[in-house]
Design a protein around this ligand. Structure first.
Ligand code: PXP
Length: 242
């Protein structure tokens, strides 16, 4: 556990805007460097199978340019493991992926996919990469992650974020319990998906949560206040929760 959760800024949607017009701008690497200057502790990018936002070359350039750790989100496939092993990011977060989804819709079913995941986790670890699994805040998933020997889990906060503020209590309790269980199992605990300046406080205040990964809201806010200011406001919102 750290004194405050680290903030990982996800730059996928800078690439979404670039790709919408087939231009070379806006550049996700330039955005990542700006986010770092504004206080990001790490940068996250998701190389999807359909390359709808981040592309292979973006990942290579991020690895080269960043002064902070790169968290490479990817599906657990042999093709992705090969790319990650060549790029050697600080960390890989394995996520479930379906082509037709708008974004990562649920956690990885680590409990059901143990054998398939085990081989990929071992290959990534052998390349010197820290591995985390994006999972639902469920006991069964945490125990499966621990059995796979990963360094960390990232708890899916999507359901918490989708609920009205008045209806969040039970889901927040579930996230608290899962974070405590992850820590007891020796797993570093991260969290993310759907977080905004308005809903991040209770998640940043969970004692065992060491890292938050946030993207869509920050890139959207950047339209109004600029990316650096959006990152600073997020850091402040996380800080107020401590
Ligand atoms: N963490 C994981 C594992 C994700 O898949 C995503 C979305 O790419 C995020 C965090 C960031 O979610 P958001 O873009 O909603 O902040």
């Amino acid at each position: 556990m750290t004194a405050r959760p680290r903030l990982g800024v996800n730059v996928d949607h800078v690439a979404t805007v670039r790709n919408a017009r087939g231009t070379s701008y806006p550049d996700p690497v330039q955005a990542a460097l700006l986010a770092c200057e504004a206080g990001a502790d790490g940068i996250t990018a998701h190389l999807r199978e359909d390359r709808r936002h981040i592309r292979d070359e973006d990942m290579r350039r991020l690895k080269e340019a960043l002064p902070v750790p790169l968290n490479f989100e990817m599906a657990a496939t042999d093709a992705m493991v090969e790319i990650a092993a060549a790029i050697r990011p600080h960390a890989v977060c394995l996520v479930p992926e379906r082509r037709e989804e708008l974004t990562t819709e649920g956690g990885l079913n680590a409990a059901a996919l143990g054998t398939m995941l085990g081989a990929r986790v071992r290959a990534l670890a052998a390349a010197g990469i820290r591995v985390s699994l994006f999972v639902e805040p469920e006991r069964e998933q945490l125990h499966a992650a621990a059995a796979l020997g990963v360094a960390a889990v990232e708890l899916h906060t999507g359901r918490y974020c989708d609920l009205a503020e008045t209806a969040r209590h039970a889901e927040l309790e579930r996230l608290h319990a899962a974070a405590a269980e992850a820590a007891a199992l020796g797993l570093e605990c991260h969290a993310g998906h759907g977080l905004t300046c308005d809903n991040v406080g209770p998640i940043a205040a969970i004692p065992a949560v060491a890292e938050l990964n946030i993207g869509h809201f920050l890139v959207g806010e950047a339209i109004f206040v600029g990316l650096a200011e959006a990152v600073r406001r997020m850091r402040a919102a996380m800080g107020r929760a401590q």
